[in-house]
Design a protein around this ligand. Structure first.
Ligand code: NAD
Ligand code: DAU
Length: 352
């Protein structure tokens, strides 16, 4: 793992992953971040690495096959970590099309370029031989498994049963990745992670949204009864799990990643109010999300026993650090909420 293509590196998890890799992986010579800078991409997340000689930013679309092939030619990647996606369930409910093109066609475009550059005989459809050490990792989600009732957990063999346009698009992409392994023998892995939290998360997602509203004494909109359950994982534990899979994952395998940390939404919201010393009267129960999955819970036995990974953060420490980060970085949140962060790219790069 010397020359990495990270897609979607200006988003929440991608930017945390770039920091994590550049701080922890001495073997990495080059890390290229391909990002379209949609509303969710924010180069401010990467200010502290922009002068790192190993880091290159490419502004572009994963669906642009010409561009993707050009950067494979130019940078000779041995590893792809594919984060870029439309990631917000609520947006997928009102605007599904872009979820299908970005999340499915985008993944297939990357897979095709990787196959063309990594297969030793790419014009031979029977060739299953690849350059040594190459790997394509698809960052997927527990939402592909659908919803759980009060008991049970998602294992890697739980049937795919997505319920939102977002999760359907992620599940479809997973199946395309699987097909590239089965048909062409591509060295791939799929990771399916539970809900992440931590710095640089776009304030449309539960934790930063509730935190920002509470700070400004605005109502905290809880969907339905607030008893839906998510399995929360600190983003840096997600990053360490991805690195573990890149190093030790068996080709063609799926690995679930979760924190053994189930919480009801209302519990999270109360914790935020409590930490901020705000009154529970700010809680506002609103109409439920259509098709809202009731409960997610990851069984992470495969990655812990086979690959030796386990989460380092307790929820208490992770939430404490996360809330502190947002409170200490009010400018970051303000620029995102006001839309000013969108000017950052043009200001930084207009003279380039
Ligand atoms: P995000 O929305 O914060 O970031 C997505 C990034 O992708 C942005 O920088 C955006 O500009 C970029 N992007 C979007 N379309 C693009 C395109 N066509 N070409 C190039 N770049 C494009 O997302 P996130 O929360 O960081 O999630 C990253 C990945 O992890 C996604 O694939 C998501 O499905 C998966 N995931 C997220 C979570 C979570 O809790 N956030 C959990 C499990 C899996
Ligand atoms: O499980 C992994 C998934 O987690 C990722 O694949 C997605 O990319 C990521 O967005 C996240 O999806 P969720 O839908 O679980 O996250 P979100 O933060 O949107 O919502 C978390 C829970 O909080 C969910 O049950 C809906 C609820 N919610 C959310 C918002 C934004 C509310 O009650 N009110 C809100 O305003």
């Amino acid at each position: 793992m010397k020359r990495i293509l990270v897609t979607g590196g200006a988003g929440f998890i991608g930017s945390n992953f770039i920091h994590y890799v550049l701080n922890n992986c001495e073997d990495v010579e080059l890390l290229v971040n391909l990002d379209l800078l949609t509303y969710a991409g924010n180069l401010e997340n990467l200010l502290s690495v922009q002068d790192d000689k190993r880091y290159v930013f490419v502004h572009g679309d994963i669906r642009d096959s010409k561009l993707v092939n050009e950067i494979f030619d130019k940078y000779k990647f041995d590893t792809v970590v594919h984060f870029a996606a439309e990631s917000h369930v609520d947006r997928s409910i009102v605007e599904p099309e872009i979820f299908l093109t970005t999340n499915i066609v985008g993944s297939q475009t990357l897979l095709d370029a990787a196959k063309r550059h990594w297969n030793v005989d790419p014009d031979n459809k029977y060739s299953r031989e690849y350059l040594p050490g190459v790997k394509y990792l698809q960052v997927s989600t527990d939402e592909v498994y659908g919803a759980l009732g009060k008991t049970g957990m998602f294992t890697e063999s739980t049937p795919i049963s997505p319920n939102s346009p977002y999760s359907a698009s992620k599940a479809s992409a997973d199946l395309v990745v699987r097909a590239y392994y089965q048909t062409y023998g591509m060295p791939v892995n799929i990771t399916r992670c539970s809900n992440n939290y931590g710095p640089y998360q776009f304030p449309e997602k539960l934790i930063p949204l509730m935190l920002n509203n509470a700070q400004h004494n605005k109502p905290l909109p809880i969907y339905g009864d607030g008893m839906q359950i998510r399995d929360w994982l600190h983003v840096s534990d997600h990053c360490s799990a991805i690195l573990t899979v890149l190093k030790k994952g068996r080709n063609g395998e799926v690995y679930n990643i979760g924190g053994n940390n189930e919480r009801a939404n209302i519990e999270i919201v109360r914790l935020i109010l409590n930490e901020l010393g705000k009154d529970e009267s700010l809680i506002s129960y609103v109409k439920d999300r259509p098709g809202h999955d009731r409960r997610y819970a990851i069984d992470n036995a495969k990655i812990t026993t086979e690959l030796g990974w386990s989460p380092a953060y307790t929820f208490q420490r992770g939430m404490h650090e996360t809330l502190e980060w947002y409170l200490n970085n009010p400018g970051w949140v303000e620029r995102v909420v006001s839309g000013d962060y969108l000017d950052y790219y043009s200001k930084m790069y207009s003279k380039a």
